[in-house]
Write a new protein. Structure first.
Length: 592
């Protein structure tokens, strides 16, 4: 959707929600950052993208439509070649009885694009306006069932005599079956919502596994004789040494699928049965999502907002690998990213690119470690610093010094909960009084799978199930009232949408679970997407006293809970009561 600044201004005036003063401020912000007014309006949440689209539709007379990819006939879709549809973000979705062709476009004002398409399909068309993401999801229909295509390509290569394949140039050429296999594996992974692709050699076959919503699952087995060509093709794409199979290698490449750009971080590792490859998929088209969409609410949301507003200090986000720490930092830095704030980062690796932020990649071979990078950043006049991870005493000491000299520092630590991070800094040799005076807040987090809203099931728990929940989450008649208040607060803040309250009349009356059979929407898993569960420790004066007296993590946790901190366990339980996730997920992720 591309709308001129003049038109956006008219739409804001017609919408009646924005005062002339606010419009002037938005125009000034757009001019200052040299970005379209439309982008600023959506970023500052003055109007949602859909609201802006509806206003534009009324103004231009071009009807706005939301397409369902499942309802588009394949023969109608195919009338526009895939390359043309992708280039112009145009979908032919219906041909009615009168022969009128209904065409949805991201930019129906592009006269040249409309003329070009009409030369191919005819001029008897009716134009519609659709959101870019909606059209991109429909472009996936051009590929049909990727799994079937993959099997067809693999069948060509199934003649396997058990011997290793000698890799020739023709085997890894652009149009070879192996190149097609790699392309289909990547496309299938992206369309499945996978975060990682594992290509693992076994004694008799090559196992392909995807990590979807944090859970690994096998999706295919390839004949053993394609292993050499498959790995070589990926190495060529990643600019790695094809003939080096004895040591691990790391590389990166980019691809475009359905109009979106993805970066793939590649890691190879020699194992007993051959060479294993893992590819991490990073969607470079992704915009930072709000903290509320990540799962922040209540006390955790207050702590992170208060910490972000501080002029200096350290804010830590903790959790194991894969718990969403980088995503949280991405959203926080995007919120802080303004033309009058200099944000600099040192990361390993740079996963999310943020326009306007100075991001530096570590390179230990060249001496660019977290500590050296942080030392260099302090000479770059930063306001906000983000250090990918505090791994050693030197980095921790530099972060503390940066906070003391007036910088706001964000970083991550690998600890199980919020309170444990403070003794962890003590172990690194940081003096207790420095920790107490620089730490502004600590957020511990995990990721749990979201229930599929289309097929999730609610049920009334029986006495046995209630007893199990009470035992697992330490619920007593005394604590049920505070849990009730938390659920009501979560409902008021939009957690779980319009889902009815789970606790009624002082008892857990309604609970939610995944549909064991699932549906097409969630690929028959019962879950779709992930959400964070959080534990936020505010460094109050009472907590500072405990730090200075070298209090244990248990004492700090107890003090934090007295001051309103909610454990990840309870945060998860509230989200389960609101129908966002299931109890099984919370128990799986927080069992320690």
């Amino acid at each position: 959707m591309r709308i001129s600044d003049v038109t956006v201004e008219k739409l804001l005036e017609r919408g009646g929600k924005t005062s002339p003063e606010q419009i002037a401020e938005l125009k000034e912000a757009a001019a200052r950052s040299r970005r379209p007014l439309q982008e600023i309006v959506i970023q500052k949440e003055v109007l949602a993208e859909k609201e802006l689209a509806t206003l534009f539709s009324d103004y231009s007379g071009i009807p706005f439509i939301e397409l369902d990819p499942k309802e588009i006939p394949s023969d109608v879709l195919a009338k526009i070649p895939e390359r043309t549809a992708t280039q112009y973000l145009a979908i032919l979705f219906k041909i009615d009885e009168a022969g009128v062709m209904h065409l949805a476009m991201d930019d129906p004002d592009d006269v040249q694009a409309v003329d070009f398409i009409e030369k191919q399909i005819g001029e008897n068309t009716k134009l519609y306006f659709a959101l870019r993401d909606n059209i991109v999801s429909c472009l996936g229909n051009y590929h049909g069932d990727v799994g079937e295509q993959l099997n067809e390509v693999i069948d060509v290569q199934r003649e396997d005599d058990g011997s290793e394949q000698v890799v020739s140039e023709s085997d890894i050429a652009e149009d070879s079956p192996v190149a097609q296999t790699v392309n289909l594996l990547l496309e299938y992974a992206i369309r499945s919502g996978a975060s990682d692709i594992h290509i693992e050699p076994r004694e008799e076959f090559v196992q392909i596994r995807y990590r979807v919503d944090g859970v690994l699952k096998e999706v295919n087995r390839l004949p053993r004789n394609v292993l050499g060509a498959l790995i070589s093709r990926i190495k060529i794409l990643s600019n790695l040494k094809i003939d080096e199979r004895r040591v691990p290698q790391d590389g990166r490449f980019k691809i475009k699928v359905s109009g979106r750009q993805y970066a793939l971080r590649v890691s190879t590792l020699p194992i007993s049965d051959g060479e294993k490859v893992v590819m991490r998929i990073l969607d470079e088209s992704d915009q930072a999502i709000s903290l509320e969409e990540l799962g922040y609410w209540g006390h955790a949301l207050e702590v992170i907002h208060e910490s972000m507003a501080e002029p200096n200090g350290i804010v830590l986000i903790t959790g194991p690998t894969g718990s969403g720490k980088s995503t949280s930092l991405f959203s926080v830095l995007t919120l802080l990213n303004k033309p009058d704030i200099n944000i600099s980062t040192v990361e390993d690796p740079v996963e999310y690119k943020i326009r306007g932020v100075n991001q530096t990649q570590t390179n230990p071979k060249a001496g660019m470690t977290f500590a050296n990078g942080l030392r260099a950043l302090l000479r770059q006049d930063p306001n906000v610093i983000m250090v990918g991870e505090i791994r050693d005493a030197e980095t921790a000491d530099l972060a503390v010094q940066a906070a003391l000299t007036g910088h706001l520092v964000f970083s991550t630590l690998h600890t199980n909960d919020a309170a444990t991070s403070l003794p962890r800094l003590l172990d690194m040799g940081i003096e207790p009084f420095l920790i107490a005076s620089t730490i502004r807040g600590v957020i511990a987090q995990r990721l749990v799978r979201r229930l599929c809203l289309t097929c999730r099931q609610n049920f009334a728990p029986n006495a046995e199930e209630l007893a199990e929940v009470a035992k697992t989450f330490t619920i007593t008649p005394e604590t049920i009232s505070s849990l009730t208040a938390l659920e009501q607060q979560a409902q008021q803040q939009g957690v779980g949408g319009d889902t009815p309250l789970g606790i009624q009349n002082g008892n857990i009356a309604v609970m939610w679970r995944a549909n064991p059979e699932g549906c097409d929407e969630c690929n028959h898993t019962g879950y779709k997407g992930r959400v964070g569960i959080f534990e936020a420790l505010d460094n109050s004066s009472s907590v500072q006293k405990l730090i200075i007296s070298r209090g244990t993590s248990e004492q700090i946790t107890a003090q934090g809970r007295q001051e309103g901190m909610i454990s990840m366990h309870i945060d998860g339980l509230v989200k389960a009561l609101r129908g966002v996730t299931s109890l099984e997920e919370i128990i799986r992720v927080t069992k320690e």
